[in-house]
Write a protein that binds this ligand. Structure first.
Ligand code: CMC
Length: 428
């Protein structure tokens, strides 16, 4: 007999079957609890709710483990590339030589966006946030590719995934170029994924940007580290939208919006803004940390804390290494990095942070490195979205190859009880 947990309520026992994952995670299946007992479960923020069974990414937050399809993030960051990792996430296995060549050919073939799309970019007012443009343009892209994506046909899906990954890079660069009032650069056939992005972002007419291989490698690593992170806010959003059987573009566009917030992907930009404010104001570190500890309105140590990681974020460790390498290579001395290092030292010793298990997360250092590379600040979260895209695509596919089941949480209603309508002239 399968293991089960027992819930007692009002003198009756309810058996909850235990579902066991491949890494021996145990979950009590409560799907029939309401029918049997009338009870629902309440878990604000879903901190202890498994919304799905998934084969894509494994995290052990206590041990600081992150694996894509079983491969440790450390090995992928060291030995893989972003496009190979994207293939792994979406198709479940590392590609053979032939599969990888084909995937790269498709990425190259689909890198241009329809010329009509360029008109859309010019409709946004100057200074529009590139995240808003990115989300709108991904949805618009769906209009240029109206045929339905077939999630259960590998060849067809490889093309659909390559198209989206390739074009989102072109859109991301164009979003910045137009919002900054600069001409849009076309992608180059002779460049690989990450260097091509840097070219589109940085080149000026008659002044082609030739990316430094070390910088390309660092950026590629950032993209790998962001490529998936199981059921976080934006990925859950993508899965929820997908559960209504919405198409890939609509689901991913929703994911971009969810990622934008400062508690999620927007934190990489918020970290730099926080450090800059601190630097410019001349406020002491001690007084800033006290503001955080006193929970003054809106003051958090951005780039610290994680819902799942409770000892360290393995991505932060890897990104810190890249950060040190890039700054040394570029000979950059960034006062904001000094501040970040001091803040980290203080926080790691302070009981407020230690007792709440708050450690630097991936965003604490990614902003510093993106800044050193020359990526504009309002593009930081766009970089996160570019990195997270393969994960969103893989998760969308996982939803669509399963029998349809719309996501529909319950709630505990705490509003007014039934009352009768009162005409306006009779209201006090
Ligand atoms: N600075 C100060 N206090 C914090 C912070 C922080 N960064 N994070 C959590 N706390 C406190 C919080 O006030 C609460 O204190 P108390 O127990 O006294 O009420 C306690 O720690 C637990 O916080 P929580 O908000 O319940 O924790 P959570 O798991 O819901 O939030 C988080 C996780 C990442 C949203 C949060 O730590 C945070 O806001 N961090 C700053 C934003 C950030 O860096 N986000 C990027 C996350 S990593 C990239 C990604 O995957 O999105």
């Amino acid at each position: 007999m399968t293991d089960h947990a027992v819930l007692s309520y009002k003198g009756r026992n309810y058996d909850l079957p235990i579902v066991v994952g491949t890494e021996d995670e145990h979950a009590a299946d409560i799907s029939s609890l309401r029918g049997a007992s009338g009870l629902i479960t309440l878990d604000r923020g879903y901190g202890n709710t498994g919304s799905c069974e998934s084969e894509i990414t494994y995290i052990d937050g206590d041990k600081g483990i992150l694996r894509y399809r079983g491969y440790p993030i450390e090995q992928l960051a060291e030995r893989s590339t972003f496009t190979e990792t994207a293939y792994l996430l979406i198709f479940g296995e590392l590609p053979t030589g032939a599969q990888y060549t084909e995937f790269r050919r498709l990425l190259n073939e689909h890198q241009h966006i329809h010329e009509n799309m360029l008109d859309f970019f010019h409709g946004f007012p100057e200074g529009s946030p590139p995240m808003a443009i990115l989300s709108a343009m991904i949805n618009a892209l769906g209009c240029f590719q109206p045929e339905l994506t077939k999630p259960d046909d590998d060849d067809h899906f490889m093309e659909a995934a390559a198209r989206l990954i390739s074009k989102v890079r072109t859109i991301a660069a164009a979003a910045y170029r137009t919002s900054a009032g600069r001409p849009v650069n076309y992608p180059r056939q002779d460049m690989r994924y990450t260097s091509n992005f840097l070219h589109m972002l940085m080149s000026m007419p008659f002044d082609l940007y030739e990316p430094d291989p070390d910088i390309v490698e660092a950026l590629d690593r950032i993209l790998i580290l962001h490529a998936d992170h199981e059921q976080n806010c934006s990925t859950s959003t993508v899965r929820m939208v997908a559960s209504s059987q919405a198409n890939l573009h609509a689901s991913v566009a929703a994911g971009v919006c969810a990622l934008w917030g400062p508690l999620h992907g927007g934190a990489n930009q918020a970290v730099i803004e926080m450090l800059q404010r601190l630097h410019d104001s001349g406020q002491t570190l001690e007084s800033f940390v006290n503001q955080i500890k006193n929970k003054e309105a809106g003051v958090r140590l951005m780039g610290f804390g994680h819902r799942v990681y409770r000892n360290f974020d393995p991505r932060a460790k890897l990104i810190k290494e890249s950060c040190d390498r890039v700054l040394a290579k570029l000979g950059i001395h960034d006062p904001l990095l000094d501040l970040a290092t001091q803040l980290e030292e203080v926080a790691l010793e302070d009981d407020y942070f230690v007792s709440r298990k708050l450690y630097p997360n991936v965003d604490f250092y990614s902003g510093i490195i993106l800044r050193a590379i020359g990526i504009p600040q309002d593009m930081f979260t766009v970089m996160f979205a570019m990195g997270r895209l393969p994960g969103w695509i893989a998760q969308w596919r996982e939803v669509h190859v399963q029998p349809p089941k719309i996501d529909r949480p319950r709630q505990v209603y705490i509003g007014a009880n039934a009352r009768d309508f009162v005409p306006v002239e009779e209201r006090g």
